[in-house]
Ligand binder design. Structure first.
Ligand code: NDP
Length: 331
């Protein structure tokens, strides 16, 4: 192959992301130097954090550069190698961005075993989203059997894992998701005890009905009015793992009225960025991989086809159009 396609960030969005914020380009295939591998990407991961990187606002990570390949997790195959640790044919997970292929010096590139876990799962339940679920649950929420746990964006890549891990701990688990179809999946297929459809417009009353003994721990992915509605239900010494605030990523008002429950319920709230806790990844990924391989951790994927479909699929992710982990299949 003498050339390949990639998608670059063409403009920084204001408010809603638009297709014109991206540009599809054809570029010359690179020559390999010593210590490098050439990877053909099979799947791209689309993740909400990418919206933050598209902005120049102060954050925990540097902004995505304009006119450079969009950042992102990838899985694929090594197609050429001058690196001692990688051979042609190796299945690898990396952060190679929105491109058909990429050269890597091996940094943040990891060989994976696809004999019992499908390749794409390394971008979801057995990848960064699964680790976010694992970390928030084990290091912040510490749920005990019999406690009530609430998970927002419950049908998604992170939320679906959190809820199932909490069920394995013997908790009562209540999800919050958008629409009856997602809620049916969360309750019937993932085994949550209940799921509230926030689009039905009665979040506070529905949460009260689903949490008769209050809420002991929240895994927060959304923020805004949904988080606000959960705060008055919290029990004394409740824990909040603040993972994401997707309701605000396109600029919506995220003010909360029920802040005082942080005090009156003596809550511990901790925000976290899972890539800052790499020391837990070997243990977490090993546990998650065993659960997926054993059929004890279920997941769902929405797969867009072809590199050119990535911008539209990403815009859809921020609007809740994905159902489970959003991927793009290449090739
Ligand atoms: P999902 O697969 O859950 O997809 C995003 C979902 O968010 C949508 O499907 C939609 O579900 C929901 N959503 C979107 N907009 C809104 C809105 N305005 N109000 C309510 N819900 C909305 O994504 P992930 O599982 O990958 O990520 C979930 C969260 O976790 C995000 O906030 C993300 O930024 C965060 N995250 C944080 C990490 C960390 O290290 N802190 C690591 C990974 C993810 P629905 O239709 O149900 O509303």
């Amino acid at each position: 192959m003498t050339s390949y396609q990639r998608i670059v960030l063409a403009a920084r969005p204001r408010g809603e992301v638009k297709a014109s914020d991206f540009r599809l380009e054809t570029v010359a295939a690179p020559e390999l130097a010593d210590g490098q591998v050439l990877v053909r990407n099979d799947y791209l991961s689309l993740d909400p954090y990418m919206r933050g990187r598209m902005s120049e606002a102060k954050s925990y990570a540097a902004p995505q550069a304009l006119n450079e390949t969009m950042i992102g997790g990838t899985v694929g195959q090594v197609v050429a190698s001058r690196h001692p640790k990688f051979a042609v044919g190796d299945a690898v997970v990396g952060v190679l961005g929105w491109a058909e292929m990429a050269v890597s010096d091996g940094t943040m590139l990891r060989k994976v075993d696809t004999s019992r876990v499908p390749l794409s799962a390394y971008l979801g339940a057995v990848g960064m989203p699964g680790m976010a679920a694992w970390y928030g649950l084990n290091q912040i929420m510490h749920p005990k059997a019999g406690e009530t746990v609430v998970v927002t964006a419950a049908s998604g890549a992170v939320g679906s894992v959190v809820g199932q891990l909490a069920k394995l701990r013997g908790c009562r688990v209540v999800g919050v998701a958008g629409g009856p179809q997602k809620c049916a999946y969360v309750a019937d297929e993932l085994g949550f005890d209940a799921c509230i459809d926030y689009q039905a417009g009665n979040v506070a009353a529905d949460l009260a009905a689903a949490t008769p003994h209050g809420i002991d721990a929240i895994f927060e992915n959304v923020g805004g009015p949904i988080f606000d509605a959960a705060l008055p239900r919290t029990n004394a010494f409740g824990r909040v793992a603040l993972c994401g605030l997707i309701a605000g990523y396109n600029g919506a008002d995220m003010s909360i009225k029920n802040f005082r429950f942080l005090l009156t319920s003596r809550l511990t709230l901790r925000g976290f960025i899972v890539t800052e806790h790499m020391e837990y990844w070997p243990q977490g990924l090993s546990e998650l991989g065993l659960l997926v391989a054993g059929g004890k951790l279920r997941y769902r994927e929405t797969i867009a086809s072809g590199l050119a479909a990535a911008p539209g699929a990403f815009i859809g992710l921020l609007q809740g159009k994905n159902f489970g982990k959003q991927l793009v299949k290449l090739g």
